[in-house]
Design a binder for this molecule. Structure first.
Ligand SMILES: C[S@@+](CC[C@H](N)C(=O)[O-])C[C@H]1O[C@@H](n2cnc3c(N)ncnc32)[C@H](O)[C@@H]1O
Length: 352
């Protein structure tokens, strides 16, 4: 993403709480904050729902230290775990919690990561090219920039950064690295700026934004982790459990939309009047497409500008009970019950 997120205000906090509230009031509710960060959303959940047990995950040890301090007064009902969010099944097993009732993903980088110059996420501050959310393992952006084959770099910038001038940017990178390693965020940001045609530089914000987003996604394996984490989260969700996901760029949101829509429609034959066991929808969509933040929130909190929120509820009957049940007479996915027929578009498909 790379956009300014200097504020510490949790995005769409009231909307998240409103959507999750019915699940947070279930007896013995367990809430998983998959992206604990500075603990803003988690703190509000713990404050307003005094019975809820929180499992907070983050791959960033600094974020965990910060959140542990902030949530210290709730220590009796919190488990804060250093983990990538697709490790949920292992974490639940270790905590002996077979199911969860509520979950929140607030994707991307935290203001802590952006504000701490030495993490290398921000193109506006000079720092070593690191960009690892988990600084205890993995490879850095410096390694990607200096060691990847040019063709691979072009692919990453195009796919993860949606950078139209990927070939030009990579040509500059390759020329520069022949002279010596590129080690700093400002050198990279300057190189990107110099490679983009002047006319294109005048629109669309800082030209380095797309390259930095692409490198961050590559370094942290962000899309693969999300692809694996969503099914794991949905599998763990108890009946009437709810999940909210907030993404900040279209690649993430596309993954979220597909993962949720796939379980919100029938997988049975289109022309049968009844649902066969095991083929019914297991989720109900709680949002119409994706929800943005309101104007006032965006004015108060720049990070909210690109947010897309989606939410679902796990259905009581998941089609595995063995009983054939009547299929709702709907042909679209709205409300999450219908099944797409050939030629129909997935709800929200075609929107950014
Ligand atoms: C936008 S922040 C969350 C902010 C949080 N909701 C708050 O109120 O403070 C995202 C956090 O998710 C973490 N994160 C990103 N990808 C992750 C992953 N795959 N597994 C675990 N944590 C991840 C980041 O390290 C960062 O701390």
């Amino acid at each position: 993403m790379g956009e300014h997120r200097g504020t510490h205000v949790p995005v769409l906090l009231e909307r998240c709480l409103e959507l999750l509230a019915p699940a947070l009031q279930l007896p013995g509710a367990v809430h998983v904050d998959f992206t604990l960060g500075l603990g803003g959303h988690a703190e509000a959940v713990l404050e307003r729902f005094p019975e809820v047990v929180l499992i907070g995950l983050d791959r960033d040890t600094e974020a965990l230290t910060h959140a542990r301090h902030r949530l210290a007064r709730f220590a009796g009902r919190t488990h804060l775990v250093h983990a990538v969010y697709d490790e949920l099944p292992r974490v639940l097993e270790e905590l002996d919690r077979p199911a969860i009732h509520s979950g929140l993903f607030d994707l991307g980088v935290s203001s802590l990561q952006l504000d701490e110059a030495d993490r290398g996420f921000a193109y506006a501050q000079d720092a070593p090219l690191d960009m690892r959310m988990d600084q205890t393992s993995g490879f850095t952006a410096e390694q990607v920039v200096n060691e990847y084959e040019p063709g691979e770099l072009v692919r990453i910038l195009r796919v993860y950064g949606e950078e139209k001038f990927a070939t030009r940017v990579v040509s500059s990178i390759v020329r520069e690295r022949q002279k010596g390693r590129i080690t700093s965020t400002s050198r990279l940001a300057d190189l990107v700026k110099e490679s983009i045609p002047a006319a294109a530089r005048r629109t669309g914000g800082n030209p380095a934004k797309r390259t930095f987003q692409a490198l961050r996604i590559e370094v942290n394996g962000e899309l693969a982790a999300l692809e694996a984490a969503l099914p794991a989260a949905l599998d763990a969700l108890a009946p009437k459990g709810r999940l909210v996901v907030m993404s900040y760029q279209s690649l993430e949101d596309r993954i979220v939309k597909r993962a949720l829509a796939a379980r919100a429609r029938s997988t049975g034959p289109v022309d049968l009047p009844v649902e066969l066991p095991g083929t019914g929808p297991t989720l109900r969509l709680l949002t119409r497409g994706s929800e943005p933040a309101g104007e006032q929130e965006v004015a108060d909190n720049p990070r909210a500008a690109s947010v897309k929120l989606r939410a679902v509820e796990r259905l009581d009957q998941d089609g595995t009970t063995g009983a054939a049940r009547e299929r709702p007479r709907m042909s679209t996915t709205h409300g999450g019950q219908g099944r797409l027929r050939p030629g129909e578009r997935e709800e929200g498909e075609g929107k950014a």
